[in-house]
Design a protein around this ligand. Structure first.
Ligand code: BTN
Length: 241
């Protein structure tokens, strides 16, 4: 593991490590603070210094065809969900594709960056940002939360990191051993708003009512609407929280 007090982004550092050497599977880059943290869809990821877990873990999922890469997202989301659940009495859910929520508060974001070799995955950088002890969030992040805000307890960052590594190992092994049905079933079991009717927005801002029915093998959300079952990529719908 490489630990840094400050980095631009642990995902960028992990990518540089992959270019300059051959880190072992499970090698991690940890930062006390990030100055240019990356989020999904080109967003940035801001957290307060020293209060949260920000790390990236390197995997070599050579066994996984690229068309099934969402199974890696599912396994990692399940590992992080279980880690957070170990430190909270509340229900912890996965918001598709891989945010982790308690209630409607986002406690963790995950950014997975894959590289391919032929038809299979070559390497994956799983960037994980868990909001642990941060007590205040910017006003423009109304749905951000932390374990501290939701449980009232300060959590030892080393303890939650050890739990995270144990869970990542367990779920990654399940993936490698081909336990796809269990991973899919567990992902749906913990999926936020699964089989409930809620309003969503199309990219043009128009609202519709839909019920999440499933996630297809490529990771698209399958939502029953008045038009039938529609498939959505990450940019194709917005949740209304
Ligand atoms: C998201 O919800 O948009 C994903 C956020 C991912 C943040 C983590 S923090 C550690 C790692 N390094 C980064 O630059 N991003 C990820």
């Amino acid at each position: 593991m490489r630990r840094f007090p400050v980095l631009p982004s642990t995902n960028v550092e992990a990518a540089n490590w992959l270019l300059s050497g051959y880190p072992a599977e499970g090698a991690a880059v940890l930062a006390g603070h990030q100055t240019a943290g990356r989020g999904q869809m080109g967003n940035s990821w801001h957290t307060a210094a020293g209060l949260n877990l920000t790390l990236s873990v390197i995997f070599y999922p050579h066994f996984l065809p690229a068309i099934r890469q969402f199974e890696l997202n599912q396994a990692i989301a399940l590992a992080v969900r279980e880690t957070i659940a170990a430190f909270s009495e509340d229900t912890v859910r996965i918001k598709w594709p891989n945010d982790i929520l308690i209630g409607k508060r986002k406690i963790c974001g995950i950014l997975i960056q894959n590289s391919l070799s032929g038809k299979n995955l070559q390497s994956s950088i799983a960037g994980i940002g868990i909001n642990v002890n941060q007590a205040e969030f910017a006003a423009d992040l109304p749905h951000a939360g932390s374990l501290y805000l939701l449980t009232g307890r300060t959590i030892d960052l080393e303890a939650i990191m050890q739990e995270l590594f144990a869970q990542l190992e367990a779920w990654y092994l399940r993936l490698r051993q081909g336990h796809t049905p269990e991973i899919r079933a567990q992902y749906l079991q913990h999926l936020f708003r699964y089989r409930e009717s809620h309003p969503y927005l199309y990219p043009d801002g128009s609202a519709f009512s839909g019920t999440i029915m499933d996630v297809d093998p490529t990771g698209r959300l399958m939502v029953a609407t008045e038009k039938g079952v529609e498939l959505f990529g990450i940019k194709d719908l917005a949740y209304l929280l």
